[in-house]
Design a protein around this ligand. Sequence first.
Ligand code: AMP
Length: 217
Amino acid sequence: MSLDLSTSTSIVLFGPPGAGKGTQAGNISIFTGKPQVSTGDMLRAAVKEGTQLGIEAKGFMDEGLLVPDNIIIGLISERMEQDDASGGLLFDGFPRTIAQAEELSKIANVSLVIMIEVPDEDIVERIVGRRMDPQTGEIYHVKFKPAPFDVSSRLIQRKDDTEDTVRSRLDAYHMQTKPLYDWYIEASKESHLRVISIDGRGSIQQVSELIENELRR
Ligand code: AMP
């Protein structure tokens, strides 16, 4: 069944930390025209602004734990009220638990679920070397995507991109988020939902092509 991108259905993108979700979501958003909604970015913005929600979320994020479902569901419900949500959204890093997926199914019509798979061994190296340019938001990697010389002095590392925290985030992924794949496969049996698994081990370009091929099908 081909995906009708003109409809108001939404897309869910999930995968382990460091799988390239954010980067790929940017491409998918351009390809489909659906606005990218990243709960991770929303939470980091709330932490930076020092809002009550940010203060509550920060401790969980710093420990590599998932932020409680009620906080996340509140964030998403608010986001769904904005005008651009009516054409469907691209959810990046949400849902991350079955409870979140159940809530989402009540407020959005999800037609495609994309899981990006990357083995744990590759994740740690990817994340610990990840750096961001605070001026542009561009993501670099000390080994795989070095920043230009004039940018490198201002690069920052996300507070939760340390090796210890990555291991907690991976545990949370395997215990709480990965089961979403089977949950969505079950749900797809009674709907038009398409659930696909993408090999995320290649280059950004290669993974992007795999996803675009699926979007064109
Ligand atoms: P991310 O940028 O997607 O890797 O998210 C960074 C951190 O934000 C995660 O490690 C969680 O602590 C928190 N977070 C982001 N999205 C969610 C979500 N849907 N449910 C629970 N916690 C989340």
